[in-house]
Design a protein around this ligand. Structure first.
Ligand SMILES: NC(=O)c1ccc[n+]([C@@H]2O[C@H](COP(=O)([O-])OP(=O)(O)OC[C@H]3O[C@@H](n4cnc5c(N)ncnc54)[C@H](OP(=O)(O)O)[C@@H]3O)[C@@H](O)[C@H]2O)c1
Length: 329
């Protein structure tokens, strides 16, 4: 059946300016790391993407290696783009990345110019796109000079294959260095993509302050700690969950009794706020204006619907924040 996007799709989403750039991103974006690979049900992924776009999610985040198998999420997304979203390309911000292992041999991972340039060409072919909106260096490379990696990003923008560039999982010091090089090259860094959730707050140790001072956006990945900060594991590990599936990155050993005891208390706090735990976890990130967007994953439209409702209340009373900190300290 032909898809036509909901005419009211822009009515409820909040759009935040990404750093000091001209680009606005939705407060909630969708990531395709899990649930969109060759091992997943294609029609389910298609439904999730349509649901996202119908509710104002304009930003979809990929990487060369998303699947499994690696590359299959980009291929799948390319098909959905062609079938459903071709006429909406100018309403979409599509990102991809290179940094982790993608093909065998010395040129298939990390941060060399050789790898980054070839990888983006491959990604564009898989998604059948002329350009991506954002291209990231997926992780810092300890062995490649930072200049080489940043020059490759700048080169790809000048070639018209990416409109903006970003970096992911770079420490505050590495970020400072990367931003300086990119600025000199004339391609300022648009955005940093770090892991950030109530359970993992490393960005508060300097990175967020740096990004704010430098006018760079921040999009938080794994905001629900891969599902741990939801009601998913309150009654054990469901077979169809990320921790229950063999293809999932979350390991069953990470779902510990001690963690679930604390998650149950967080769940109660969320209930008192009139939110689901997933909603509270997303709202907790969005309370900070330095966070441009929260990059969620979802295995169903029901989960995405739940997550979108987080936007209804991103305000926290001081005693709520204290209670969360006490539970997680
Ligand atoms: N830059 C990087 O290095 C990097 C690394 C990781 C991720 N990312 C990006 O960040 C995106 C999000 O990461 P993530 O998937 O780990 O995010 P997440 O939002 O922390 O976890 C998503 C998972 O949580 C569960 N979930 C989501 N909403 C739920 C709800 N309302 N109720 C119950 N369970 C819910 C689902 O698990 P089930 O599948 O069990 O249902 C879903 O697959 C990725 O897709 C990717 O784009 C980037």
């Amino acid at each position: 059946m032909n898809y036509s996007a909901d005419p009211e799709r822009y009515d409820t989403m909040t759009y935040n300016r990404c750093g000091r750039s001209g680009l606005h991103l939705p407060a909630i974006s969708l990531g395709l790391w899990h649930n969109f690979g060759g091992v997943d049900v294609p029609e389910n992924g298609r439904k999730i993407i349509r649901h996202a776009f119908d509710h104002g999610i304009t930003h979809f985040d990929l990487a060369n290696n998303y699947g499994p198998p690696p590359g299959s999420a980009e291929e799948h997304f390319g098909k959905i783009l062609a079938i459903d979203l071709a006429s909406y390309r100018d309403e979409l911000v599509i990102s991809t990345k290179a940094g982790y292992e993608m093909w065998p041999g010395p040129y298939g991972e990390w941060g060399s110019r050789k790898y980054l340039v070839s990888s983006l060409d491959q990604s564009l072919r898989r998604m059948k796109l002329d350009y991506v909106d954002i291209f990231y260096s997926h992780r810092p490379d300890p062995d490649t000079p930072m200049e080489e990696t940043m020059m490759a990003l700048d080169h790809l923008v000048r070639q018209g294959k990416a409109l903006y560039v970003g970096i992911s999982s770079y420490s505050a010091d590495q970020t400072r260095e990367a931003l300086g090089i990119l600025r000199k090259l004339g391609t300022p860094c648009l955005i940093h993509q770090p892991k950030y959730s109530m359970l993992d707050r490393w960005v508060e140790g300097g990175l967020l302050d740096l990004l704010e001072a430098e006018g760079v956006g921040c999009i938080a990945f794994s905001p629900l700690a891969q599902g741990l900060l939801t009601d998913r594991y309150l009654q054990g590990i469901p077979e169809d969950s990320r921790a229950g599936r063999s293809s999932g990155f979350l390991k069953a050993e990470e779902v510990t009794d001690d963690l679930i005891r604390r998650v149950k208390q967080l769940n109660e706090l969320a209930r008192q706020r009139g939110q689901s735990l997933a909603q509270m976890a997303i709202a907790w990130l969005l309370k900070d204006p330095r966070v441009t967007s929260v990059l969620v994953g979802a295995s169903s439209t029901t989960q995405l619907q739940d997550n979108l409702r987080a936007l209804g209340n991103t305000w926290f009373e001081p005693h709520e924040l204290e209670a969360i900190d006490r539970l997680l300290s």
